[in-house]
Design a protein around this ligand. Structure first.
Ligand code: C2O
Ligand code: CU
Length: 466
């Protein structure tokens, strides 16, 4: 299968635009250019049996697929998606990273009540900014069962030259989650094995809470890897999304350097690296001109044992790389946040004040806090509409946290004042980061850890303004 593939030619000839506002299957099926434009797409959340390679699992899905269908639209266009809830539990769809109108945010208890079994919810919003995004349930740990899919927003004035693109969604798979949302948490607690925990240099501490039986690329385990097929010499854009609940990955493409061009959907000044670390909820786009052969695309689970694996193939006859291949690039030049910088046109105004948010852990060890508060009686930050505020996020807990803000793309400010636009940032233990937020989209926006287990164990707050 050559999933997630769209030819650049179809894009520039304009046949694309009219055919885009729909869903295309990520695995197999016709390329987006051939997809009919539906009046409105349906996301049917329901239990299904899916194959992850050799292993077949019973789990929760959108439209019987993991990941769910890819949605492709032009910036400025509308997404109209009807959620049909055929699950035995309430659910929502959250559009991760999109600066949308607050009532469409899919945040239960914030922007809407969760949609009950047998009921529907009509999501209808305009997507202002091009980029690589994803959507997922925002109820409990439901995304960990497979309730996620990708959302690609194309730029009608695309300044980036490339021949073709592939979407790469990473996931950590935990089997047998098919009861209530609390079921998953119970499994997590049962499987937590701190003796088996590995240290991660990149994340500055203990990275793993649990080991997973499988790590997936586009829903495929390493035993039956996803294969991206194209021709040698083509300049390919990879859109990499970490949809895992509990795992960061170190990503490399064997034999190739990567030019990172986008951070969480937004352009950055291009940086050449051999590998990058991607936390839960983060996205990176990179460009590579492909050589002739078959190359391993490897995503090593950071601080854990295991990896996700796919093959990039430009030569039919080339021998397939093994999934356990050592990619030397993984130890070479790794992308750091300080390498990243938004183009000056995307710089946010200077903040007028700062607000400190301290990430902590209660002594019991299974409650994660924001300014000593936990979900249920959560932290509520107030800002004024139109102002730019600096969130000073200080991690005083022993684990790292990928912190995500809904409805905005903040600017991560390095000490020299530069920095990329992002909506999710990894905060290491004992580290402090500066996030500048322009309050231009009124609502009561979730600000939380995208480790879904930390989120469920308290690390959930909100930033609100009218
Ligand atoms: Cu990707 Cu609050 O979520
Ligand atoms: Cu966390």
């Amino acid at each position: 299968s050559s999933g997630g593939r769209v030819s650049r030619r179809a894009f520039v000839t304009g046949t694309f635009a009219s055919a885009l506002a729909g869903a295309v299957p990520l695995l197999g099926g016709p390329p987006a250019a051939a997809a009919p434009r539906p009046r409105a797409m349906v996301l049917r959340a329901r239990p299904a049996t899916v194959s992850l390679g050799r292993r077949t699992v019973r789990t929760w899905t959108y439209n019987d697929e993991v990941p769910g269908p890819q949605i492709r639209v032009m910036a400025g266009e509308r997404v109209r998606a009807k959620l049909v809830n055929d699950l035995p539990a309430a659910t929502t769809v959250h559009w991760h990273g999109i600066r949308l109108d607050f009532p469409m945010d899919g945040a239960p208890g914030f922007s809407q009540e969760a949609t009950q079994p047998g009921k529907t919810f009509d999501y209808d919003f305009t997507v202002p900014d091009p980029g690589t995004y994803f959507y997922h349930s925002h109820v409990g740990t439901q995304p960990d069962r497979g309730l996620y899919g990708t959302l690609v927003v194309l730029d009608p004035r695309e300044p980036l030259e490339y021949d073709e693109e592939f979407t790469v969604v990473l996931d950590d798979w935990l089997d047998g989650i098919d009861g209530t949302p609390d079921d998953a948490l119970a499994r997590l607690n049962a499987s937590t094995d701190h003796d088996d925990t590995l240290r991660s240099e990149a994340l500055g501490g203990v990275a793993a809470e649990m080991t997973h039986p499988l790590y997936l690329v586009n829903g495929r385990a390493p035993d039956t890897p996803m294969t991206f097929r194209t021709a040698p010499g083509r300049l390919v854009r990879f859109r990499v999304i970490n949809a895992a609940s509990d795992t960061a990955f170190r990503v490399a493409l064997g034999g190739h350097r990567m030019t990172v061009t986008h951070t969480d959907g937004f352009p950055c000044r291009p940086v050449n690296v051999d590998t990058f670390l991607i936390g839960m909820g983060e996205r990176y786009d990179f460009l590579t001109r492909l050589d002739s052969g078959a190359f391993p695309l490897v995503a090593v689970a950071e601080g854990k044992r295991g990896r996700a694996f796919a093959v990039v193939r430009t030569d039919r006859r080339a021998q397939s790389p093994a999934s356990d291949v050592q990619v030397p690039e993984l130890t070479e030049r790794m992308l750091a946040y300080r390498d990243l910088e938004a183009p000056s046109s995307l710089d946010l105004p200077r903040p007028s004040r700062s607000i400190t948010v301290t990430l902590g852990m209660r002594p019991s060890g299974n409650e994660w806090t924001m300014n000593d508060k936990v979900a249920g009686d959560h932290l509520r930050l107030r800002v004024d509409r139109g102002e730019t505020v600096r969130l000073v996020v200080e991690n005083q807990s022993p684990m790292w946290h990928p912190m995500h803000l809904h409805g905005h793309t903040f600017q991560l400010r390095m000490p020299d004042g530069r920095g990329p636009r992002k909506d999710t940032v990894n905060v290491k233990p004992r580290q402090r980061v500066h996030l500048d937020v322009l309050a231009d989209n009124p609502g009561e926006w979730m600000f939380h850890c995208h480790n879904l287990y930390h989120q469920e164990q308290g690390m959930m707050g909100a930033i609100g303004y009218g």
